[in-house]
Design a protein around this ligand. Sequence first.
Ligand code: PLP
Length: 365
Amino acid sequence: MLPEAIATYAAVAKEAGGNPSSIHWAGRAARRALDDARDKVADYFGVEAGAVVFTSGGTESNNIALQGWLNQQPPGGIVSTRIEHPSVLRPLERWQQIGDSPWRVTLIKPNRGGAVAADAVVAAIGEETRMVSIMAANNESGVIQPAAQVAAACRERGVAVHIDAVQALGKLDVRPLVQHADFVSFSAHKIGGPAGVGGLIIRRGRQLQELAPGGGQERKRRSGTENVAAISAFAAALGKIDFAAISPLRDYFEQQLQQRIPQASIIGGECDRVGNTSLFSIPGLEGETVLMQLDLAGFAVASGSACSSGQRRPSHVLMAMGMSPTEARSSIRVSFGPEHDPSDADALVAELCRVQSRLRAMRGG
Ligand SMILES: Cc1ncc(COP(=O)(O)O)c(C=O)c1O
């Protein structure tokens, strides 16, 4: 969390800790803080304040948009991509599994670099398509997806469109995304705000079914007492990290990596990517093993396999990109932040070289 987000969280929790739905002085102070945060977020996206719904994060925003919309539609088609976050793919699986209902879910494959073609998404839209959902940038590869073009095409056809902008926030201009989309999800912890808070931008006139009925907060679109301190901390973090300034550091890291370990390949390197993410693989090294070795040396990185039910499965994103399970398991993801400088990149490359030699020695060659 950014220092300004932590300071705002503490100040709002102390001075405006009431329930924003209460009409006494403490409630009114919380309401003012909430309104102020909503205005800041609305300004940032270029929408009216009433379009902003605060949620517990990207997962909830994606579920509210997809389920809240589709639950009230007649059966038909849904178009999305194979590289979406599980908070999009898992709800879509439900529609796929509805008995003998005529719901059809079409998931478009990316190319080998990890980019989905706008034409392929648009070509899959038919008369009966009830919703299109596409992410603006992928969380594993950082590869930018043609979400704005897809949204514009959907709007022309009168088809509802949801954009998962969780990884795009702060890194890409989000205004073209909200211009045509009906629903845009975002999350605070990707931009230096607290975890457990995020939101959904909803186009005026689009009604969603309430998924968790309750007190009717957020104009009956998301019930539950708002976490005002976290929401204010999110608004305070918005736009504070200059992600564009981080990309030279990411590029420097990749250049050093390939110089010192020539077999390393940068995944999605040929595509447009957000500036802070580097996904690479080192043939012969298991990502998970490298991750553990790096952890011992103080580095926190991610690998290309996801742990679920105690099993290590290769990432669905990398598999969709056409990698073999072995290739996918050898991938490692590094994210840079404003706290890093070239000496961190050098230290990481040096450690990767040590890990490679150590693992080679253990294998006996
Ligand atoms: C693309 C994408 N969508 C959704 C989410 C879920 O967001 P949250 O962790 O705020 O629930 C993430 C989180 O990493 C993400 O990267």
